[in-house]
Each structure stands twice: as structure tokens, then as C-alpha cells.
Design a protein around this ligand. Structure first.
Ligand code: NAD
Length: 287
């Protein structure tokens, strides 16, 4: 039986519509829009596109999206001073520093400075710690997108075997913790894992976040498994492909995300959702 397609574009659209409603309610209640401020240093072409997309998506969803464009030769002190200023501004609910930074800048001290209540990227040590502890906090966007997609399948995660392939701070580790929080039995695979095929074959849910084209073979996938493919790779013809051998995996999976059009579109949608959540929580905290 061929699996059903988990359509990231459609689910992201639904998330953005929910965000818009919440942003409107927020505006009614507080007389201002939730504010998302993105800091872009330098002229990295890919980052410029990502940032423009975030700004545009924020505006469409009823948020106040703003980009701070700093020159490539910005100093560490100037960048940190800007983050401190954004932290102190009560009308700003979300701060995102677009990575990578130019060579002369160190990212970690900048991320460490971001007020956790405004950490809409969910990548600061405080947000990671809150996730680890199962406490409320802002979660990283791509893993949140994965969890939202799983929710949309209606598949119960409790007691299921979940395999996360990849252990980055951006995707692998947080998604593993989120699956654990849903009471799945979680295995993490990485570059040193032996018998990846056997681990995949046991899994009811597979999240692949590696960045190696078609590393996960379709024939490894357990019959009826849910497969989320986070990977973005280009093949020789320049076509985008995922970390999972899609066509073969689809034959065995119950649900599977395509690449492109799967997990990818969820990331910005979850960033917008995080911004509204941050705004609501910050205003509630003032009572
Ligand atoms: P990363 O390079 O930081 O981490 C890759 C992980 O894969 C590492 O933990 C490594 O241990 C593991 N790995 C490497 N080779 C492996 C192997 N042979 N078997 C098993 N594991 C192996 O990458 P990342 O930032 O986590 O991103 C992973 C992929 O997801 C990339 O293709 C990236 O472009 C994509 N991505 C997509 C989105 C999105 O859709 N919005 C967001 C973030 C990342």
C-alpha cells in the first residue's frame, strides 16, 4: 500500500492562518502587533533570501516584521549592543539572528545574549535547557514543524519506536526530545551508528535530518511507518532531494513527506507561531 503524502505546504498554510487569527486577537487585546525582529549581518545571498521570506511571511500573517541589516564588517560589540537593545524594547517579542555570521563574528556569545522569552528560533542554551526539562519555552522551528506534521497524521506516538537520524542542535537533538515528550521510545542515529538499516527497519516513525541524499533506503522502511524527511540536497541535475529514497519509501510508509514541499515550508510557519506565542506569554506575564 502506497503511503499518503504529508503535504508541508498545506499544513504550513493552515499554521499561518492560525497565526493570523491569533495575531489579530493579540492586536485587539494589546493595541499592537506581535513584533518579530531579524538581524542580518553581511550579504550572504542565501541568508538574504531567507530573511526576506521571513519578513514577508511575518507581514502577511499580521505580525510586525522588521529586518536590521548590518554591514559585513560589523564588530562583535556592535552586534551584541543591537541584541541588547532589542531585548530591552517591550514592543519586540521575537529576536532572530540569521546564521551564519561573517567570519570575524562569534555566534554563540550573541545567541547567549538573546532574552529567552524572545528566543523565537529556540536555539539559545536556555531554550534547549527548558526543552530538555520539559518546561514551557520556545522550541526550535524545524523540529516543531516535524511535530506538527506528525500531529496532523493523527498517529499516536505514545509507546511507538521513533528513530531520529542526525544529532544536530538545530534538528536531530530537539526533535528527539520532543518525541520523547510525547512518550515515544526514541533512538538516535548519527554518523557513527552501525546497522542504520536495522534501526530504520524497527522504527514506527523515522525523522531523517542528515543532509546526505537518499541515505535512508526505501526497502529499510518498516511497513506502515511514518517518514519525515528534513534533508535538503541537490542531485547532479540540480534537483532538490531528501535524505530518504522517496519513491521506494512511499511504497512502504503510511505517511511520508516529500522534498521539496514537506518539512521545508513548515519552518517559517513555526517561526511565526513562536512569535505569537512569545508575544502572548510576554503580555500574560505582565499581569
Ligand atoms: P548537520 O550537518 O548539523 O547534522 C547532520 C547530522 O547527520 C550529524 O548529527 C551527523 O552525525 C549525522 N550524520 C552524518 N552522516 C551520517 C550517516 N552516514 N548516518 C547517520 N547520520 C549521519 O545538519 P542539520 O543542520 O541537522 O541539517 C540536516 C539536513 O536538514 C540538511 O540537509 C539541512 O539542509 C536540512 N535542514 C532543513 C531544514 C528545513 O527544512 N527547513 C532546516 C534545517 C536543516
Amino acid at each position: 500500500m502506497a503511503g499518503q503524502l504529508l503535504d508541508g505546504k498545506a499544513i504550513a498554510k493552515k499554521v499561518r492562518a492560525e497565526v493570523k487569527q491569533r495575531a489579530e486577537a493579540f492586536f485587539e487585546a494589546h493595541g499592537r502587533k506581535p513584533g518579530l525582529h531579524v538581524v542580518l549581518v553581511g550579504e550572504d545571498p542565501a541568508s538574504q533570501v531567507y530573511v526576506r521570506n521571513k519578513e514577508r511571511a511575518a507581514g502577511k500573517a499580521g505580525l510586525d516584521g522588521h529586518v536590521h541589516r548590518l554591514p559585513a564588517d560589523t564588530t562583535q560589540a556592535d552586534l551584541e549592543a543591537l541584541v541588547a537593545k532589542l531585548n530591552a524594547d517591550p514592543a519586540i517579542d521575537g529576536i532572530l539572528v540569521q546564521l551564519p555570521l561573517p567570519e570575524q563574528l562569534e555566534a554563540q556569545p550573541v545567541l547567549d545574549l538573546i532574552d529567552p522569552s524572545k528566543d523565537v528560533d529556540g536555539l539559545t542554551p536556555m531554550s534547549a535547557g527548558l526543552l530538555m526539562d520539559g518546561r514551557p519555552g520556545l522550541r526550535p522551528c524545524t523540529p516543531s514543524g516535524c511535530m506538527r506534521m506528525l500531529e496532523e497524521t493523527g498517529v499516536e506516538l505514545e509507546g511507538k519506536r521513533a528513530l531520529v537520524v542526525g544529532r544536530s542542535l538545530l534538528v536531530g537533538k530537539p526533535v528527539a526530545l520532543m518525541l520523547l515528550a510525547k512518550n515515544a521510545t526514541v533512538t538516535m542515529a548519527h554518523s557513527r551508528t552501525k546497522e542504520l538499516a536495522a534501526r530504520v527497519a524497527e522504527a514506527d516513525v523515522v525523522v531523517a535530518a542528515v543532509g546526505r541524499a537518499e541515505l535512508v533506503k526505501g526497502e529499510w522502511v518498516k511497513e506502515g511507518a511514518v517518514v519525515l524527511d528534513v534533508g535538503i540536497n541537490r542531485n547532479e541535475e540540480g534537483k532538490l532531494i531528501g535524505d530518504v529514497e522517496f519513491a521506494a519509501a512511499k511504497e512502504r510508509a503510511s505517511w511520508i513527506t516529500p522534498v521539496p514541499g514537506g518539512v521545508g515550508p513548515m519552518t517559517i510557519a513555526m517561526l511565526l507561531a513562536n512569535t505569537v506565542t512569545a508575544a502572548e506569554r510576554r503580555e500574560a506575564g505582565k499581569d
